[in-house]
Design a binder for this molecule. Structure first.
Ligand SMILES: Cc1ncc(COP(=O)(O)O)c(C=O)c1O
Length: 388
């Protein structure tokens, strides 16, 4: 028997109220009962996305909806720009290439943020670029990009801005319309406190023009089908009924708390996590840390893989390690959705023990004390761009 604490940046823990909804008998999707829930969820998501655009809901993981944002906007031979600063930015490149699109790439060193000016320069250098694909919170490194600035740059050109907000939505302030983000993709298993399996996309009027002319092959993910069905208060195919019913519950919980307060909490936890890492002598990895996941470098002489494994196997605490070239080099603590103050403290207490077991000199209680101090103050004394 082991109690589990899920502190990974997706999937994230699910509130019991939401889990209960996931176990209810299945509703048929062509009923007024389901349509009511579906429309309620679709409308409410607009508030979370901060947009007036329709939100299209598909059954897939986040990557599916990233793929949808490639095949629905582009045609063979189109030129696009991918601005990447981590593993998920690179996913845009792989998806585009899978469909024969050869992107121009801005590749930023992992751990650094994308410089908006580089996007401006790339768009100036190639006015044929139709779309800019980038990432909001780069979960693999813990960096947040300046989407407000990038949005204003792209909006002054004919190109559209496509944003992977799969881990950021619901945990970090994102103003889709005000920041002029044309397409935003997100998933269910992060800030929205739901099981994996649902994906969402917001499409601006500017992006719809590309959808109308797009010629890449598509069927299941064809936005036009989802839009037409939405007008009839339904979905084109059998939706993930259970997840949509549960989503209504998690959205109700977010509304009851107040979306602003949800974001404030994530920000406070992020601040506490940064303070905790620094107190343990761990260097923060992200140049500009996001508020949904905190990454820190694994100390010299310690095996990063072992930290993650020991935490999970001996203490039941799941955190994330590094991905790809960062494997073994960083650890990542999530603090989005249903992860609370107590979860974070448990995580840091166990991290201290594991580090000490692995031979790293740590003054026990120092990390937790630093977290507590931030949490008690209830404000964010560690600036978001502090580094170490
Ligand atoms: C920023 C980001 N993009 C894309 C993905 C991929 O989403 P999925 O694993 O749901 O396909 C993730 C998942 O962790 C993510 O955090």
């Amino acid at each position: 028997m082991k109690k589990h604490y899920l502190l990974t940046p997706g999937p994230t823990p699910i509130p019991p109220e939401v889990a209960q909804k996931e176990s209810l008998p299945i509703l048929h999707h062509r009923t007024s009962e389901f349509s009511k829930i579906f429309m309620n969820v679709s409308e409410s998501l607009k508030e979370i996305f901060q947009t007036k655009n329709d939100i299209l809901i598909t059954a897939s993981s986040g990557t599916g909806t990233m793929e949808s944002a490639v095949i629905n906007l582009l045609s063979p031979g189109d030129e696009i720009l991918v601005a990447s600063c981590g593993n998920f930015g690179e996913r845009w490149i792989k998806i585009a290439e899978a469909y024969g699109i050869k992107p121009t790439v801005i590749q930023v060193e992992w751990g650094k943020a994308i410089k908006p000016e580089t996007i401006e320069e790339a768009l100036k250098a190639n006015p044929k670029i139709k779309a800019v694909y980038t990432t909001f919170t780069e979960t693999s490194t813990g960096v947040v990009n300046d989407i407000e600035k990038i949005g204003s740059i792209v909006a002054s050109t004919p190109a559209v801005l496509v944003l992977d907000a799969i881990s950021g939505l619901g945990g970090q302030k994102l103003l889709t319309d005000d920041w002029k983000v044309d397409v935003v993709v997100a998933g269910s298993q992060k800030g929205l406190m739901l099981a994996p399996g649902l994906a969402f996309v917001s499409v601006s009027p500017k992006a719809w023009k590309l959808v109308e002319s797009s010629k890449l092959p598509k069927f299941y993910f064809d936005y036009k089908k989802y839009k037409k069905s939405l007008e009839g208060k339904t979905t084109p195919f059998t939706p993930a009924v259970t997840l949509i019913v549960a989503l209504e519950e998690s959205i109700n919980m977010i509304k009851a708390k107040g979306f602003e307060n949800v974001l404030k909490d994530a920000s406070l936890l992020a601040s506490a996590a940064r303070a905790g890492m620094k107190a343990l002598g761990l260097e923060l990895f992200a140049e500009i840390p996001c508020e949904v996941v905190t990454s820190a470098k694994v100390p010299e002489g310690v095996d990063g893989g072992k930290i993650v494994k020991k935490l999970r196997e001996e203490y039941g605490v799941s955190i994330a390690g590094g991905q790809g070239k960062l494997k073994g080099k960083i650890i990542r603590f999530a603090h989005m959705g249903y992860i609370g103050k107590a979860d974070l403290l448990v995580g840091f207490a166990c991290l201290e023990m594991v580090l000490s077991q692995l031979g790293y000199k740590v003054e026990k209680g120092k990390g937790i004390a630093a977290c507590e101090e931030v949490l008690l103050k209830g404000e964010a004394p560690v600036p978001a761009n502090a580094g170490v």
